[in-house]
Design a binder for this molecule. Sequence first.
Ligand code: ZN
Length: 112
Amino acid sequence: MDQGDLQRLRQQMLSMQQDIQEQEAEFKGDGRPVELDQNKVGRLSRMDAMQMQQMALETSRRRQQHLLKIEAALGRIESGEYGYCLRCDEEIDVRRLFVDPTNTLCIKCAEK
Ligand SMILES: [Zn+2]
């Protein structure tokens, strides 16, 4: 992989990381307050409210997993291991990385 691609992928991950961190901060209420439509909330049943709470938690959990994957990928860039399949050590097709820069497997291993 050439340095230009590597830098672009790194930038892509850094901005993804920032977006996710902002979403998490907002979710946890550290960011700007989420606007609540009082009328809407008032009409929600207790079940709906609980379901929404569950979904929000699930989304947050997925965001945190995504963050971990990004951090791991950034770490691999630092150590020069980025872009190689974790299973077979072959180079991962760069087009695959542009689709998802946190990919850790080559197409062959991913399809196994
Ligand atoms: Zn592989």
